[in-house]
Design a protein around this ligand. Structure first.
Ligand SMILES: *Cc1c(COP(=O)(O)O)cnc(C)c1O
Length: 750
């Protein structure tokens, strides 16, 4: 009996070859085990259970057709092959098809277990975590990350996952993974699931499930790899459907299903690997020798039974001598960046990926014209058509009038729709987001309040015709530079206990700063420098004590502002519920009822429409159930109203080509006019080849760089610049109406 076993690396991220060999050695002490790998750096090749080794040239040098024939000859003459490498499995399944002695699944089955959809798992009692393919536009990818609060992973099509916490990290990880795996569109983003990791390992032959075990990981490495575990039986509610699925798939060989059990007990399936897991010998220790069972089925030769059955196993680190015919390779040139990276993929899977997908990817690029294109609202396009762009001196901001009007009108409609005899809903436009007159005037026209963070902003509001009771004052520096406003304002929210104490003193002295006296709470679950920290006992006690002195003619308000565009929309709703509970605690301890709840701003425009708008009515009624005297509910949107309402027009200064493709264009705009360019994807437009219609730029390999002499002045990366673009052409950056405007600065203009 001769068995070829591939995937010999045994390091922090091991392949299963060594575990398979150890298990087979127990089952068949006299079998000849031949280790196969594609690098002499795969450490497990020195393991003594391998009787022979067959080390190949690296995948980029290997003659695949010849190699395929060699393997076929081996199989034909009765040798068995168990692959421990996913990509080798995929290649063999395509190259050799089904063969009695080739112990891997057929290619039809492989496509049904591919990430992230894992179609085959449809009838298993597991859920698939939400995901999005990176072929989608950057705009949509960013929306996915906001939805999941940036608890997301970027994953390669076969191996590797990177946790990404921001747009900058996402772009960096996308660049690296697409280089490693030679694909740009077959990566995907997946929501992180918190919980414990569990696995199923199984073996099957020609659709017959031979054996399977359940394993709960008890210790994992920082990379999430098993370090110890507990093996048990697969419960019946999984076993029955699994048996049927394995039959439908006509599965042969090993497999591992990797799951996460969340705190509610739900199991989320994240991987279905077409091979044994690296911890497979842990199952053998527990009494289920799956590799042995598989070989027994194919050969009909009884496997020696394992006598031990300890359900728990640990891993240890072992030093073993190397085989003299495979000495260690020479040390590489020292380089700070390659430190520790050499052993990441010793079996050369990225090289095989490059060979297997080179042709496929080329086809993809050719017909990817619709891929990665963001949708730009028709209203923005029609606003642009109404702008006179011909004689524009660029860079120049464009006010998109209808887009702005519609946004303010919708906010005003929302307030009207949600107000009733018990609760008044008020929308206050955040002045700092963009203090331009056009927006102040729209806020006035549509009867919104305004929210100011300084006396200068409040003064501007008064000058624009807002009455004091249409102004909300917020933030840590709201009395700066010197108190000018007329009292009483609609609401003042204290940022600290000190400020609250001071205001109460003034009230005692007969002043009336506002109709609603409020406090801003610092939520315990998000890091923030603002507001009164309620999670600190002494602070909370002091707060309750101070509030007891609030005269009865004042309404008590509670405010929080934690941008859902940063913490994620799902998390924002959790935060909202938590703020209601804190509010009840404040009522209980201060003896005062809360009459006003202000939930701040921080909504990305699309999320305001898709998340807040449909859910806010239910949220308000929850609040009025929790707080019996609540009669004012306030929202303070800034960017939700104005971000899409301005665009930035720039002109091309230079077009730079590399190998006949546009790689870079220099424009006369810069991060001084678009300071948020690096932090989230702006939609961009250029005129089509006829010069008549604006069309969105899709993802590609070029970048748009600004006029400034600064490394960081990059306005867009991973973007496709159409061939007809030339010097002097105009480009439009959409979504530039919020902080891109208010935080812009003058730079490099003499
Ligand atoms: C800045 C700010 C807002 C508006 O935030 P956006 O992100 O522009 O929606 C609302 N409320 C307060 C207290 C703020 O500081």
């Amino acid at each position: 009996m001769k068995i070829y076993i591939s995937g010999l690396y045994s390091g922090p991220n091991p392949s299963p070859g060594l575990g398979i060999a150890r298990s087979l050695r127990l089952a068949y002490p006299d079998a000849t085990l031949i280790g196969v790998d594609y690098s002499n750096r795969s450490t497990g090749l020195h393991w003594p259970d391998f009787d022979e080794l067959w080390i190949q040239r690296p995948w980029n040098e290997l003659h695949l057709v010849e190699y395929q024939q060699q393997i076929k000859d081996l199989l034909d003459s009765g040798n068995l092959w168990i692959s421990g490498l996913d990509l080798e499995t995929i290649w063999l399944a395509h190259a050799l098809g089904i063969h009695t002695n080739l112990l891997i699944p057929p290619s039809t089955a492989l496509s049904k277990v591919a990430k992230p959809t894992i179609l085959a798992a449809k009838f298993l009692p597991f859920k698939i975590p939400p995901f999005i393919h990176t072929g989608e536009s950057d705009w949509n990818l960013h929306a996915f990350c906001r939805k999941h609060g940036w608890h997301v992973w970027l994953k390669g099509p076969y191996y590797e996952a990177r946790r990404v916490r921001s747009w900058i990290e996402l772009r960096q990880a996308r660049f690296e993974l697409s280089q490693i795996w030679s694909t740009t569109s077959e990566l995907f983003l997946q929501a992180h699931i918190s919980g414990h990791e569990e696995s199923i390992a199984l073996c099957a032959y020609r659709g017959k499930l031979l054996d399977c075990v359940w394993m709960i990981k008890r210790d994992i490495t920082p990379e999430g790899k098993t370090w110890s575990g507990r093996v048990s039986e697969v419960p019946e509610e999984v076993l029955y459907p699994l048996r049927e699925i394995i039959q439908d798939l006509d599965w042969t060989g090993g497999a591992e299903l990797e799951m996460i059990r969340d705190p509610s007990g739900t199991l989320w399936l994240i991987e279905w690997n077409p091979r044994f897991p690296a911890w497979i010998h842990g199952a053998t220790i527990a009494g289920s020798n799956l590799p042995g069972r598989l070989v027994e089925q194919v050969t009909g030769i009884l496997a020696k039974r394992t006598t031990t059955s300890d359900p728990e196993f640990v891993r240890v680190v072992l030093e073993i001598p190397i085989r003299p015919q495979f000495p260690l390779p020479p040390l590489p040139e020292p380089s700070p960046s390659s430190f520790g990276l050499l052993l990441k993929h010793p079996s050369g899977m990225p090289m095989l990926a490059r060979r297997l997908f080179k042709t496929r990817e080329k086809n993809r690029f050719n017909n990817s014209a619709s891929e990665g294109v963001p949708k730009v609202p028709d209203m923005v396009l029609s606003d642009l058509r109404n702008c006179n762009l011909d004689s524009l001196i660029t860079p120049c901001r464009l006010f998109l009038k209808t887009t702005a009007q519609v946004a303010f009108r919708r906010a005003s409609d929302l307030a009207a729709r949600l107000s009733n005899s018990r609760i008044q809903v008020l929308v206050a436009y955040s002045i700092k987001t963009n203090p331009d007159d056009c927006f102040m005037e729209l806020a006035k026209e549509y009867n919104l309040l305004v929210e100011a963070i300084s006396q200068l902003e409040a003064q501007k509001a008064l000058a624009k015709g807002f009455a004091p009771d249409q102004i909300i004052l917020n933030g840590p520096g709201k009395w700066w530079p010197s108190k000018v406003i007329l009292f009483p304002l609609r609401a003042v929210f204290c940022d600290s206990l000190e400020e609250l104490e001071e205001l109460l003193k003034q009230i005692n002295n007969g002043m009336r700063p506002a109709m609603i006296l409020g406090i801003r709470l610092r939520p315990p679950q998000t890091a923030s420098r603002f507001g009164i920290s309620v999670s600190d006992y002494q602070n909370f006690e002091q707060l309750a004590f101070l509030l007891r002195n609030l005269p009865p003619e004042y309404s008590l308000g509670v405010h929080f502002h934690s941008a859902s565009s940063t913490i994620g929309t799902d998390n924002w709703w959790h935060l909202y519920e938590s703020m209601l509970r804190w509010s009840k605690a404040i009522e209980a301890t201060s003896g005062k009822n809360i009459q006003c709840l202000d939930v701040g701003g921080g909504w990305f425009p699309d999320d305001w429409a898709s998340e807040l708008d449909p859910k806010i009515e239910g949220a308000i009624s929850k609040a009025s159930q929790a707080l019996p005297e609540l009669h004012v509910f306030m929202l303070e949107p800034g960017k939700a109203l104005v971000q899409p309402s301005m665009a930035l027009a720039v002109r091309v200064l230079e077009v730079r080509r590399f190998k006949d493709q546009i790689k870079e264009i220099v424009v006369d705009g810069s991060i001084a006019e678009l300071p948020e360019a690096p932090f989230w994807p702006h939609r961009m437009l250029c005129l089509n080849s006829t010069g008549q219609e604006w069309e969105p730029l899709r993802r590609g390999n070029a970048q748009i760089i600004g006029r400034l002499c600064m490394e960081g002045d990059i306005l867009a990366e991973d973007i496709h610049i159409p061939e007809h673009v030339q010097t002097g052409d105009m480009l439009i950056f959409c979504d530039a109406g919020a902080y891109d405007r208010s935080m812009s600065y003058e730079f490099g203009q003499g």
